[in-house]
Write a new protein. Structure first.
Length: 380
């Protein structure tokens, strides 16, 4: 019996993870669909998220939650990847609970998922397989899962968009010619902090005309993302174009992979792009000016050797990661475990119904996440 895998995604970051994950499953008939919601990607975001995979936007339909759940009940695939935000994953699990026949249900998060949080696990507590991406994540999520009581099997799958190293750690690298700032919707949260980053990038661009200084955006102002962005960087660049060097910064919205050439380095507050660069042996810099810890997801980088400052950025001083940190944090060489775990699941037993997450909080978040904007609703 051939294994058919359907992935359902909602935001651009989840689409990217789902497409890259399916692309690495050999000998599997796989499909990808987007669930209609306020965070669904725009046409340009969808194209960027699918870049480098076998999927094209023309073959990735956007379907309503109702249409998808009806299809999953009437003609379930062998396996279902819920590549969605927590409340949407919870909604699908409720729709599929206690139904037979059913698919093997897999879920996870699309990048660095530390620190492990109870909410992330509770929303996905009744899946068959929970995917994590590093040895450290496996330890932290397994410990948390035992506390919560989920029976999901936790498996390690390397982040699917990480490439093989361009340079082994410790080898001499070519002269730095490009610095890429990987923007995030959530961090830093204040306008003033974001302006500090813009001005530091501008000072670097002015002081180092030999460098291509790029701000890599996940979305343009007005486009949806997994998390709401209150102060889009493209708007801030326009507002502060008079500041030193800011006009020299160029923006990109395509695939990050296109920018990670041997001469490039990556700067961010806590983006997964840091891991992408480090795994390839490229230089990187985590900006610690805005705090280091779970509040902005930078505790992942403690001990990495990559944490620095805006002053380091202005001097173009990027670093290489500590080898032992990279081994435990996304650079491991152990085999992926997903397919073996999927084949081991007994689908003759129904999925249990998810536990209630608060009296009204979980229900409200599900409704908000699945409420398509007015004028953009589709009927199925």
């Amino acid at each position: 019996m051939s294994l058919d895998f359907l992935a359902v995604a909602d935001s651009d970051s989840y689409v990217r993870w789902a497409a890259a994950t399916l692309d690495r499953l050999h000998g599997v008939d796989s499909r990808l669909a987007v669930v209609d919601s306020p965070v669904r990607p725009s046409a340009s975001q969808l194209a960027s998220a699918l870049a480098g995979t076998r999927f094209t936007a023309e073959h990735v339909p956007t379907l309503s939650f109702r249409a998808l759940t009806r299809s999953l009940r009437e003609d379930p695939p062998r396996a279902l990847l819920l590549a969605t935000t927590g409340p949407v994953a919870d909604a699908f699990l409720r729709a599929l609970s206690n139904k037979i026949p059913r698919p093997v249900v897999v879920s996870g998060q699309p990048g660095v998922a530390l620190p492990a949080t109870q909410r992330a696990v509770r929303y996905r507590a009744t899946v068959d397989v929970l995917v994590v991406h590093s040895l450290r994540e496996a330890h932290e999520y397994s410990t948390l899962a035992r506390t919560i009581g989920t029976t999901a099997r936790i498996v390690v799958n390397r982040l699917p968009f990480l490439c093989d190293p361009l340079f082994p750690l410790g080898t001499e690298q070519p002269r730095l010619q490009r610095v890429v700032f990987a923007a995030q919707a959530k961090f830093p949260s204040s306008s003033d902090d974001r302006v500090r980053i813009v001005r530091s990038l501008g000072r670097l661009a002015a002081a180092r005309p030999d460098l291509d200084v790029v701000m890599k955006l996940r979305a343009q102002a007005g486009e949806a993302q997994t998390h709401r962005e209150r102060f889009p960087y493209d708007s801030l660049l326009a507002a502060h174009a008079h500041a030193t060097g800011v006009r020299l910064i160029r923006t990109e919205t395509g695939s990050m992979g296109n920018l990670l050439t041997p001469e490039a380095g990556v700067v961010s507050v806590s983006s997964t792009a840091i891991v992408e660069a480090a795994s390839q042996g490229l230089r990187a810099l985590v900006l610690g000016d805005f705090g280091v810890g779970p509040a902005n997801l930078t505790d992942t980088y403690i001990g990495s050797g990559l944490i620095g400052s805006l002053a380091d950025l202005e001097r173009g001083e990027l670093r290489s990661p500590a080898p032992e940190w990279l081994r435990d944090n996304y650079g491991h060489s152990t085999p992926d475990e997903l397919m073996d775990a999927v084949r081991d699941v007994d689908v003759s037993r129904p999925l249990p119904a998810p536990a209630r997450i608060g009296r009204w909080h979980g229900r409200l978040r599900r409704r908000v996440r699945l409420a398509a904007p007015w004028g953009a609703r589709r009927r199925y």
